[in-house]
Design a protein around this ligand. Structure first.
Ligand SMILES: Cc1cc2nc3c(=O)[nH]c(=O)nc-3n(C[C@H](O)[C@H](O)[C@H](O)COP(=O)(O)OP(=O)(O)OC[C@H]3O[C@@H](n4cnc5c(N)ncnc54)[C@H](O)[C@@H]3O)c2cc1C
Ligand code: SF4
Length: 277
């Protein structure tokens, strides 16, 4: 495998590598294969300038910057461990893969491409799914693991890439029989920065199995602007979930209905904390 440094935003077919906290383990386990890795740290903007955040900013930088809205700061602070947050970038966080253990253990499921094509089964449906999705879980029940993505969706943030501008929510797509991708990122497309609109107040609450270094069982971001509140959740659907309907619309699997109750409690707390402050 070749490793080179990017000198421009054109990667010529190479796989982008930023902090490597997600990509390196996937390469090691053989889930991702790459002939050429391109270190993009020199070409992807980093740093925070008012409402613009470079996709190369680390989560550690975001969690302590007073310019960053509370929901995003808290989502970063509650993610991973201090060591990982010092290295892991915003862009890499938004593009992290599912934590579904069947996928990580290379079971030939619907999101796994083998030499014979994609698998035909979602093993989580009948198997272990305590941490899996409670919305849109019929084809693939993976639960999106990014606290940061949920916060950005609630905040109504926009993403700039080397090809286009799009709402952060539109970076994600539900996998289907015809197209198994969970993002809309095109080959060679690089995340460059995030633009945050003005919000009055925001908050992020997270339920996890232990007090630190845990992926969200349920994460709830809420942002309020001019009397309107947007709520987005992590850990409840294969993509960051903008709560447009009600939690009564959830379709939990037999052993993860508890997530609906957790989500309900966190949404109630998040929304009332915005109303109270
Ligand atoms: C043990 C552990 C616990 C964690 N816990 C949490 C948690 O609780 N909550 C949470 O939200 N996250 C969690 N994470 C995820 C962590 O935040 C990410 O691994 C990290 O942010 C990824 O950033 P990176 O720079 O290391 O990405 P990399 O590993 O370098 O890249 C990740 C992916 O993104 C692509 N990529 C990176 N940057 C760009 C870019 N600018 N444009 C296009 N493609 C790009 C890479 O090609 C790769 O596919 C955890 C990770 C670990 C390992
Ligand atoms: S939840 Fe998704 S990633 Fe996990 S086994 Fe099912 S299809 Fe595969």
């Amino acid at each position: 495998m070749e490793l080179r440094r990017a000198s421009s935003l054109e990667l010529d077919g190479g796989t982008p590598l930023h902090g490597g906290t997600e990509l390196v383990p996937l390469l090691r386990s053989g889930i991702v294969q790459a002939e050429t890795l391109v270190d993009i740290r020199g070409v992807v903007p980093r740093g925070i300038d008012g409402s613009t955040i470079g996709a190369g900013a680390t989560l550690a930088e975001l969690e302590c910057d007073p310019q960053i809205p509370d929901a995003l700061r808290e989502a970063c602070r509650l993610a991973a461990s201090p060591q990982l947050r010092n290295v892991g970038s915003l862009g890499g966080n938004l593009l992290q893969s599912t934590r579904c253990w069947y996928w990580r253990l290379k079971w030939p499921c619907r999101l796994h491409r083998t030499s014979d094509g994609f698998g035909e089964e979602c093993f989580a449906q009948e198997g272990e799914h305590r941490e899996h999705a409670i919305f849109e879980n019929g084809f693939c029940a993976s639960a999106h693991p990014s606290d940061v993505a949920a916060a950005l969706v609630a905040l109504g943030a926009t993403l700039r890439t080397n090809r286009r501008e799009l709402p952060v929510a539109d970076l994600y797509r539900l996998p289907s029989e015809d197209d198994r991708r969970t993002t809309t990122l095109e080959p060679g497309e690089l995340l460059l920065s995030v633009e945050l609109p003005q919000t009055d107040r925001s908050v992020y609450l997270k339920a996890m199995d232990r007090k630190s270094w845990g992926f969200p069982l349920v994460g709830v971001a809420a942002a309020r602007t001019e009397g309107e509140t947007r709520v987005a959740l992590a850990g409840v659907a294969p993509i960051p979930w903008l709560l447009e309907g009600s939690l009564d619309d959830a379709t939990p699997l037999p052993r993860n209905a508890y997530k609906v109750d957790v989500a309900r409690a966190l949404v109630k707390r998040a929304v009332s904390s915005l109303e109270a402050s």
